[in-house]
Design a protein around this ligand. Structure first.
Ligand code: MGD
Ligand code: MGD
Ligand code: SF4
Ligand code: MO
Length: 885
């Protein structure tokens, strides 16, 4: 039976239809009726079926490395937390949770911490993600409200993306924007990002500003709006306060000054300002390039100031728009999962709010003060102020800044409990107690996307082993700790309580109100259609926009302009650390790769962690494209593959956040990232760490392709991944084995007798190549060289098909390339149809003129569309190369 559910990845919140046939085959398709995606899915969503297998799953509770019963594990957790609170007080325990929990899970863990344990030491990975937006919203609006909806992006005439690579991180939304732009000749797109990203392919203007200078740019814009008298006087007078102070702080900032500080040309800044001044329907979208900063909250307010001044908020086609990252970042905010919030958008510093929540919960206590925010929480674990911590649905030893220190913190902690779906993650390896949770496809509840839309996640798979829903595990522990109020029979029951609290003594004073859902019956909850909050008696079917006619949630109901004095990033570059490390995402991987690394097609797009350098910086540091680089900061070091590209801003290096010790050696970027935080939001500055780069020159480079899983070596550089019908590993190391042949056979785990062993050796040049063939099919191959110049992997990879090798392929095996070069499709660009770079280049030579044409010829880009910006780029490059010199 097909089940309607929603995608577990990004905050776009696409609806999917999942099904499992009688043979157990799983299929996933876009839900044409879901208002976030109308049937579309990106590469990650389309590959969901690849990721739900049970290998690697945590199936039973584990204590001290041994499987045990639920009763035993829950007793250890409940007794451990109760005893620690008894002996050291409530603030000696902590909970570190995640925007990937469902709202119901999140609600009960927050209730347990704040209402029953009596501590606000509950924080979430949203601290690394949305905390600056939350704080900026609250300063401006008095509430954490995203005023607009996705439809606004389609109705806008000017779309500004700052600190957002939506083409890769919110792909379905980006495709919606591009489709709308295609239908609206007046629509323009501006991308503000130090790098030229895939999102720039569809842009009319790219501003490659100096890292961290957004507040200067938007302050400059406010000054320009004033000079142009672009004020919406009636809106500003009726619905805001503080405009004069904000204007005073920017009044004399000229375009020239702005351009100079931001490292941009005067012309580009002028054009951007001019478009903004003249375009009523303007949406400014922003994400981590704004939030992950030591002045992230100020940057958010600098953006909102410009929208308040022009009255462009809450009306069709306009508004500031914070793109949420995780599927339920928004739901976590609704239940108050951050250490400085209370449930249902109430404030922990407000005694009246504390009283409301405590009476509603009938709880013995209520946390009286803010708890520790993520970075401070791990600091407190390190110095043993916190003695017991429970981590749910997040992998902090990979995702927190200064990750080596976070690891040392957990190792020093008396009781580390981890709820996860996998047996082995970097964090799970450092836990005393592991609790098996239900995963996507098995669990049941709700999530809220970037436009405040609540959607259901519904199960379509049976629970594996003895795994339990996260909410159930939390309630089991709460009951064992002796607390009442946790005897829920279902997710629906928790949802009703959450909805009731949102309306409890609200009377229009709080933005988050879904009280019309407080009496929803189980059957209606099961059938709940996606709906945007508020959902009240006034708005029974939800509301797409807020604040069109004021109604802000400050005491005087007016929005606040916030004067912003721009600050530079906390740690400046120096002689020792001359480059700015910028980190973020790639198209086909998700966070710490616990899901996406299971999908062969998602692993192909970017197989290794690449450090992207501007050609000038690469030359200065002596780095070659495709070679290895060692990056180090005052905190730690890592090794990555060098990619040289003029799309990188000079003085900056970009490295993806995804690789962990499970998939690579020495590739955790957060070992280097500084733990500097924003003083208001506590969000870490993940986009700006001073680093040094130097060539990493091990004596040997190798790659292995094998039908069997390849064991990770003990040291050196290595990266592994799962591809179609085989595994791949890249390695670089110093020690030379006694026999390369024996070494290769060991890597492939093959017994000599069963296979045909083909070898090529050139000891003089240090080149060794081996291939193993069984029954005419390729079993594996190992290529070794003294430098990084090994052969292309794509053709060899294609030989792991079911059919035996052709005689021609066999002949060419150890050459590593086909006799006819056209057979090598090159690195994969289109994950959906497996189309490679070489194929696109060939069609370009044959006259393919645009992305649509490539789609007709190769199908590339015609399914999810996530690769369309890259195809466009390849065509640009081909066209440029075709020009006579
Ligand atoms: N493929 C994929 N998609 C994802 C995720 C994923 O892991 N993989 N994760 C999801 C999550 S949780 C999140 S939070 C979102 C994040 O979505 P995004 O914020 O769009 O993604 P990032 O790559 O982290 O960073 C965005 C951009 O900020 C730029 N940037 C860096 N410094 C500055 C600066 O000073 N100013 C400006 N204007 N820009 C700067 C970076 O160069 C980068 O291109 O993505 C979500 N979607
Ligand atoms: N350098 C750098 N670091 C960053 C960022 C950056 O841009 N640069 N971005 C930051 C941001 S925005 C974010 S959101 C974080 C994300 O970072 P994390 O939250 O640490 O990353 P994930 O890999 O999503 O971790 C989710 C974990 O939950 C488990 N899991 C999955 N489903 C379930 C479930 O249903 N229940 C339970 N209990 N567990 C489950 C997975 O197996 C996995 O171990 O990273 C942050 N770190
Ligand atoms: S855009 Fe892609 S990752 Fe995000 S929710 Fe939609 S299908 Fe999932
Ligand atoms: Mo995020």
């Amino acid at each position: 039976m097909p089940v309607k559910t929603s995608c577990p990845y990004c905050g776009v919140g696409c609806g999917v239809i999942a099904d499992r046939d009688s043979a157990g085959n799983i299929s996933v398709a876009g839900d044409p009726t879901h208002p976030a995606n109308f049937g579309r899915l990106c590469s990650k969503g389309s590959a969901l079926a690849d990721t739900v297998g049970l290998d690697g799953r945590l199936m039973a509770p584990v204590v001290d490395g041994r499987e045990t019963s639920w009763d035993a594990a829950l007793d250890i957790v409940a007794d451990g937390f109760a005893r620690t609170i008894r002996e050291h007080g409530p603030d000696s325990v902590a909970f570190y949770v995640s925007g990937q929990l469902l709202t119901e899970d999140y609600y009960v863990i927050n209730k347990l911490a704040k209402g029953f344990c009596g501590t606000a030491n509950i924080d979430t990975n949203s601290r690394l993600c949305m905390a600056s937006s939350v704080a900026g919203h609250r300063r401006a609006f008095g509430s954490d409200t995203v005023p607009g909806c996705y439809e606004d992006l389609e109705r806008a005439d000017l779309l500004i993306l700052t600190g957002s690579n939506a083409a890769w991180c919110h792909p379905v939304l980006y495709q919606r924007m591009m489709a709308a732009k295609g239908n609206n000749p007046a629509c323009r797109v501006v991308v503000i990002d130090p790098r030229r990203t895939a999102s720039c392919e569809g842009a009319d203007l790219h501003l490659p500003l100096r890292s961290g200078s957004d507040a200067v740019l938007f302050n400059g814009l406010l000054a320009a709006l004033k000079r142009a008298n672009a004020i919406d006087g009636s809106f500003v007078r009726a619905f805001t306060t503080g405009a004069d102070e904000a204007l005073a702080s920017v009044a004399d900032q000229t375009v020239a000054e702005t351009a100079e500080i931001c490292g941009l040309s005067v012309g580009a800044v002028e054009r951007f300002f001019d478009w903004f001044i003249k375009t009523e329907r303007t949406v400014t979208l922003y994400s981590q390039g704004i939030n992950q900063s030591s002045s992230g909250v100020d940057k958010v307010n600098a953006i909102i100031n410009c929208h308040l001044y022009t009255g462009r908020i809450g009306r069709p086609g306009m508004g500031p728009f914070s793109l949420t990252g995780q599927p339920n970042a928004m739901g976590g905010r609704e239940v108050g999962g951050l250490a400085n919030q209370l449930a249902a958008h109430m404030e922990i510093d407000n005694a009246q709010h504390r009283d409301i929540v405590q009476r509603f919960w009938q709880s013995p206590v209520i946390a009286a003060k803010q708890g520790l925010k993520a970075v401070d929480m791990f600091e407190a674990i390190a110095d043993r102020r916190i003695k017991a911590v429970w981590i749910l649905s997040t992998n902090p030893l990979v995702s927190l800044p200064d990750a080596n220190r976070a690891r040392a913190a957990l190792d020093a902690c008396d009781l580390v409990v981890v709820s996860d779906v996998l047996r082995y993650t970097e964090t799970a390896r450092h836990a005393r107690v592991l609790l098996p949770a239900l995963a996507w496809g098995e669990k049941d509840g709700t999530v809220t996307n970037s436009e405040r839309r609540i959607s259901r996640q519904r199960p379509f798979l049976p629970a594996p082993g003895s795994a339990r829903a996260d909410w159930k595990i939390v309630c089991d522990v709460a009951v064992r700790m002796g607390f009442s109020g946790f005897d829920y029979a279902s997710a629906a029951e928790i949802f009703r309580e959450h909805a009731a609290l949102s309306g409890f003594e609200n009377g229009g004073t709080r933005d988050f109100d879904i009280s019309a859902l407080a009496t929803i019956q189980d059957r209606a909850y099961d059938a709940l259609a996606p709906v945007q909050w508020p959902v009240t008696s006034q708005f029974p079917t939800g509301a797409p926009r807020m604040f069109e006619v004021g109604g802000f949630f400050t005491p005087d109901r007016r929005a606040r302009f916030v004067p912003v004095a721009p600050r530079a990033p906390k740690n400046a570059t120096s002689r020792d650390y001359p480059l700015v490390l910028n980190t973020g995402r790639v198209r086909d991987h998700w966070h710490t790769m616990t899901r996406t690394a299971r999908s062969p097609r998602l692993s192909l797009h970017m197989f290794e962690p690449c450090a992207e350098f501007h050609p000038e910086d690469a030359r200065r540091e002596g780095l070659d494209h495709g070679a290895l680089v060692r990056l180090s900061s005052a905190y730690g070091a890592m090794v990555a593959r060098v990619a040289i590209t003029p799309e990188q801003r000079r003085g900056c290096v970009f490295v993806p956040m995804h690789w962990s010790g499970e998939y690579a050696g020495e590739a955790r970027i957060n070992a280097l990232v500084n733990p500097a935080t924003d003083p208001i939001s506590g969000q870490p500055e993940l986009k700006h760490t001073p680093v040094r780069a130097e060539p990493y020159l091990p004596k040997w480079h190798a790659f292995i392709l094998s039908r069997r899983e390849i064991e990770a070596p003990a040291g050196g550089y290595w990266v592994r991944g799962r591809l179609e019908r085989h595994f791949r590993m890249e390695l670089a190391f110093d020690e030379q084995p006694a026999s390369w042949g024996d070494w290769a056979r060991e890597r492939l785990s093959l017994a000599e007798a069963e296979i045909e062993w083909i070898a090529y050796r050139d000891p003089g040049a240090g080149r060794y190549r081996y291939a193993a063939v069984r029954d005419g099919r390729l079993e594996g191959c190992v290529f070794v060289a003294p430098d990084h110049r090994l052969v292309s992997r794509s053709w060899l990879s294609s030989l792991f098909a079911e059919q035996p090798l052709s005689p021609a392929a066999r002949m060419s095996l150890l050459a590593g390339q086909p006799n006819d070069a056209r057979e090598d499709i090159g690195p994969i660009v289109c994950a959906c149809f497996g189309v490679g770079r070489n194929q696109i280049a060939t069609e370009a030579l044959k006259g393919a003129c645009d992305v649509a044409d490539i789609g007709k010829r190769l199908k590339a880009g015609t399914n999810c569309g996530a690769c369309r910006p890259e195809i466009a780029k390849l065509l640009h490059v081909a066209a440029r190369d075709a020009q006579p010199a």
